[in-house]
Design a binder for this molecule. Structure first.
Ligand code: PLP
Length: 470
């Protein structure tokens, strides 16, 4: 399988060529030149597969330049009961007839990002060893993504992680999660600034081409193609468990920010999985809800990006949306590049008066909904009352939208994106009680922590990275 750029300006490459990179050289996102097609007979045969066996079938169709025995070894190393708590990896529960919750948060950092990141850690280690290379991942986090990356990359050969976080601004739980990692290749840098400052430092480091090349600086952000592929697996898994018969539709609701998770659902649908509707659930930061309702994509300024009680969806623009729009407009790289230049120049684009707008809903099955703090609190309460489950604020946004979007006779799956233990204060606000915490994390905050406080200054951070790497 060949990989190309959404903006048409990259020579075809293989999976292992693009895995470690970020944006394509022309500023676009990397996508396969076609999607593998899975027919109903194959789907039927996949019904009995274990999670890692299903992951092998799907990942091997995208990672075509990795020997199949290696893919098998890597998926089996990533998806274990030891790491995810169950052999099922992504168990499903039925909240009430026809309404399902897909549990994606049983990994080490209690959020769905672990599912993709854990595989990515193994894939990175394999590709780096094969190429005799090393990588130094530099990232910024407000809590979630950074910890998932650290738990995936800890003790992996050839990888160092330098993770910037806003000093004193993470929750005690998030801080302990990251800072208690003892691994020598994990470096926590607490910057004296905000999350935006941390992101600016990462940008400045990446803009210094000489530093970047000398110290082999890389990233594992949400546009990484390997992450998207790993996420495709659980849509298949959920479909195979929930569908009344192969070919019957199943709808999905996905709490969304950067459009990463639901982009994988779109790809599963393009591969022939009989997904009915793909419903995007946003919080008050409703860039995506606006896009799917009106056809208008309008990025927000950081001043217009609200800090909400589902903070992992507080985004101003949706990085992965470009992959969907590429398919929507018939994979026309020049047109795609034009639309994204419009984003850069005018802050957005408008598809409302184009045929694409009706296709988003019709041919591509998308719709959307929005949830606010009041909805979130009400949903956490009603989920406890009606089903005796405690859901996290992001999952609550999904359930709120799922209840509105549900169709008679069509199973509806809401993707759980985190465990409530990560967002204690909102759960206490809704329920007056603390959420349960996995037993193995009972003592988390009392474990020894390691971090380095760094000034809000890119040159100072560069100096620390170069000293550390020697
Ligand atoms: C990252 C994250 C999201 C948003 O996922 P996207 O792939 O960016 O749309 C939602 N909920 C939680 C808990 C997350 O960590």
């Amino acid at each position: 399988m060949n990989y190309i750029s959404t903006r048409g300006g990259m020579a075809a490459q293989q999976f292992t060529d693009i895995l470690l990179g970020g944006l394509a050289p022309d500023g676009g996102l990397v996508v396969p030149d076609r999607y593998p097609h899975i027919d109903h007979a194959t789907l039927t045969a996949w019904r009995e597969l274990s999670y890692p066996a299903l992951a092998f079938e799907i990942v091997s169709r995208f990672a075509t330049d990795v020997p199949t025995d290696e893919v098998r070894r890597l998926v089996h190393a990533a998806y274990t009961k030891d790491v995810f708590g169950t052999d099922d990896i992504t168990p499903l529960t039925e909240l009430e007839p026809g309404l399902h919750l897909l549990h994606l948060s049983n990994g080490p950092t209690l959020a769905f990002k672990d599912i993709a990141m854990q595989l990515l850690g193994h894939l990175f280690e394999y590709v780096l060893a094969k190429r005799n290379e090393t990588i130094n991942i530099v990232g910024a986090t407000s809590g979630d993504t950074g910890s998932a990356a650290e738990y995936a990359m800890r003790s992996k050969r050839g990888v160092n992680v330098f993770m910037l976080s806003p000093h004193g601004r993470m929750s005690p739980f998030q801080r302990a999660q990251m800072f208690s990692l003892p691994d020598a290749n994990i470096h926590n840098l607490a910057a004296e600034g905000t999350f935006d400052d941390c992101q600016d430092i990462v940008k400045a480091i990446n803009n210094d081409a000489a530093f970047k090349a000398r110290y082999k600086i890389g990233a594992v952000n949400s546009i990484n193609w390997g992450r998207v592929v790993a996420q495709v697996v659980y849509y298949f898994r959920a479909y195979l468990k929930v569908a009344t018969a192969i070919g019957e539709p199943v709808d999905f609701v996905v709490p969304s920010g950067n459009f990463g998770n639901i982009c994988a659902g779109h790809i599963a649908r393009q591969m022939g999985l009989p997904v009915g509707k793909l419903v995007v659930a946003t919080n008050e930061n409703d860039v995506l809800d606006e896009f799917f309702r009106t056809g208008l994509y309008r990025v927000r300024t950081s001043a217009n990006t609200h800090a909400t009680s589902s903070p992992s969806m507080d985004i101003s623009k949706a990085s992965n949306l470009e992959r969907f729009v590429f398919d929507l407009i018939g994979r026309d790289g020049a047109e795609l590049a034009r639309l994204w230049h419009e984003v850069d120049n005018t802050g957005g684009f408008d598809l409302s008066k184009t045929p694409y707008f009706t296709r988003m809903v019709g041919e591509f099955g998308f719709s959307s909904g929005k949830s606010t703090h009041t909805d979130r609190i009400a949903t956490i309460r009603s989920a406890k009352q009606d089903w005796n489950v405690i859901v996290d604020p992001h999952t609550a946004d999904g359930i709120k939208v799922a209840l509105e979007a549900r169709r008679p006779g069509v199973p509806m799956v809401t993707l759980e994106t985190a465990l409530p233990a990560k967002f204690e204060s909102t759960i206490v606000e809704a329920l007056g009680e603390k959420p349960p915490r996995p037993a193995e994390l009972a003592d988390l905050e009392s474990r020894p922590q390691r971090s380095t406080v760094v000034p809000n200054d890119a040159d100072a951070v560069k100096a620390i990275i170069s000293t550390t790497l020697g």
